[in-house]
Design a protein around this ligand. Structure first.
Ligand SMILES: Nc1nc2c(ncn2[C@@H]2O[C@H](COP(=O)(O)OP(=O)(O)O)[C@@H](O)[C@H]2O)c(=O)[nH]1
Ligand SMILES: [Mg+2]
Length: 226
């Protein structure tokens, strides 16, 4: 079949200066490179909260769930099984997850590092703050820490995920009860940050899908490390 270019088209291309074509192809490669670079950007997250609230277990559960995503449907297990043991985090626990072809590096800071949390704000674009919903007294005191974090000038542009964990505990407080205890509505209304609130049980494995969705939707490379 004769696929010759129509005369009108040939005339048109003959008139386009080759310099423009060159710039055009460079632009194409540049945009492609940018898109690839954005997709491979690593998102840096801080994982904060008092000791023993379940931060390390959250990371372990997320590692299991994201690893399962690489398996075929038949190989996947719906049940996450028994909660793996954790040991108290001393210093910084660095964990990297890959979800939807994007890397997320969590920096879990041991609860005892509270006084120097702020030293890590500049290196992160998003923040996860975990509370134990079965400990009302600790929630009240940790809320002050949470407010301090929110008021730091280095966290103003961060996406924030606030997690009430251990909803499997017999004496857990519901989101509604915690909200009135710490006046959550006022905090959400006054904070500059985009704050998402979730109830989870890392022991039972609930809330993990919602965390992955938050990672995908809110911790975008558009807000990656400054
Ligand atoms: N009942 C219950 N226990 C949990 C849950 N999440 C964590 N734990 C337990 O809380 C303890 C401290 O967990 P860990 O992840 O080490 O806390 P971290 O200090 O915040 O990192 C461990 O014994 C966990 O098994 C949960 O959702 N429910
Ligand atoms: Mg820990």
């Amino acid at each position: 079949m004769n696929r010759s270019i129509p005369n009108s088209a040939r005339e048109f291309f003959a008139e386009v200066p080759s310099a423009i074509l060159l710039v055009d192809s460079f632009l194409g490669y540049y945009i492609l490179f940018l898109l690839l670079a954005i997709d491979m950007t690593e998102v840096q997250l801080l994982l904060l909260g008092p000791e023993e609230v379940g931060k390390t277990l959250m990371l372990k559960r997320l590692q299991t769930v994201t690893a399962q995503q690489n398996l075929t449907q038949a190989q996947r297990s719906e049940n996450l099984g028994e909660a793996p043991p954790t040991i108290p985090t001393v210093g910084v626990n660095l964990v990297t997850l890959t979800h939807n072809k994007r890397k997320y590096t969590f920096r879990e800071l041991g609860g005892a590092m509270g006084p120097i949390w702020q030293n890590y704000f500049k290196d992160s674009s998003s923040l996860v703050f975990v509370l134990d919903s079965s400990k009302p007294t600790q929630i009240s005191s940790s809320c002050i820490q949470f407010l301090e974090v929110l008021s730091s000038k280095d966290t103003q542009d961060m996406s924030v995920l606030l997690i009430f964990n251990k909803t499997d505990s017999p004496d857990y407080m519901s989101r509604c009860e915690i909200s009135s205890l710490i006046r959550l509505a006022d905090i959400l209304a006054c904070a500059r940050q985009d704050i998402t609130v979730l109830e989870c049980s890392f022991r039972e494995g609930t809330g993990l899908r919602e965390i992955l969705k938050w990672l995908h939707d809110k911790s975008s490379p558009a807000s990656v490390s400054k």
